[in-house]
Design a protein around this ligand. Structure first.
Ligand code: GLN
Length: 267
């Protein structure tokens, strides 16, 4: 009996050891060089996008680099992926985490675990100025073509709310804007900061923004593989550390000209 118990204990220890070895391996590329593998979509300005020079930049990437440093990583490697490929990439361990203006949702929480929220916003829609008088809220979209980004919380919301609209789904917000400009839809529905960023940088004056009363806010969080509590705890600690050190505020000022943490406090 004793011997059997010993064998069992040994087997458990071995299994734990190999699990640890596996997670340690995913963090350390070469001996001692710790790499944090981040996944994001590359067309979600101002959070994660490619600038004129082809560089992947944004609020989320500045944030995760600051957090990576606080966590002791030597390098933060960012992988640009299609939006609907982010969760599969986490589940297959190709990336350690998702940071991509990624809304915390019950549905996603079945597949991934989320960090504490770091940003809050809502949805808005962009419409052509000529339609501005007749399109004021979500109900006004019934019977029309509506542009959305595939796999997003905004798309899910429209699927639930709009029974008689034709939903045209695209890979990224810029594609929805193009379709709106070409007259292919009456509205482009996306997260408010992303629509705002487009409009603020837009040269024309034929597009306007409309608020949508959803009753719900979008809270952005960082997603990790389900059950990876160790990484999640370290991420939450790093988020709190960069908030306390003032780095979060500095990054927020750089991208938004204000401290976005204040949005939470108003709640
Ligand atoms: N916040 C939205 C979502 O999580 C859109 C995110 C994105 O397109 N990067 O679904």
């Amino acid at each position: 009996m004793q011997g059997k118990m010993k064998k069992l204990a040994m087997a458990i220890t071995m299994a734990t050891f190999s699990l640890n070895a596996h997670s340690a391996q995913s963090e350390a590329d070469n001996a001692g060089h710790r790499v944090l593998k981040v996944g994001c979509e590359a067309a979600f300005a101002p959070f994660t996008y490619i600038d004129d020079k082809g560089k992947l930049i944004g609020f989320d990437l500045d944030l995760i680099r600051a957090m990576g440093k606080a966590m002791g990583y030597d390098e933060v490697v960012v992988n640009a992926l299609p939006f609907d490929g982010l969760i599969p990439a986490i589940m297959t361990d190709n990336i350690d985490l998702i940071i991509s203006g990624f809304t915390i949702s019950e549905e996603r929480a079945k597949k991934v675990d989320f960090s504490d929220p770091y940003y809050m916003c809502g949805l808005t829609m962009l419409v052509n100025k000529k339609d501005a008088d007749r399109v004021n809220n979500i109900e006004d979209l019934e019977g029309h073509d509506v542009c959305l980004q595939i796999g997003t919380t905004g798309a899910l919301y429209a699927q639930k709310q709009l029974q008689k609209a034709k939903l045209k789904q695209f890979n990224s917000p810029p594609d929805t804007y193009l379709e709106l400009q070409n007259g292919g839809c009456i509205a482009a529905l996306n997260d408010s900061p992303v629509n705002d960023f487009f409009l603020n940088n837009y040269k024309g004056n034929d597009i306007v923004s409309k608020k949508i009363t959803t009753g719900d806010s979008e809270y952005y969080g960082i997603a990790v593989n389900k059950g990876n509590k160790e990484l999640l705890d370290r991420l939450n600690k790093a988020l709190s550390d960069v908030q306390k050190s003032g780095e979060f505020k500095e990054i927020s000022m750089r991208w938004f000209g204000r401290d976005i943490s204040d949005d939470f406090k108003q709640q």
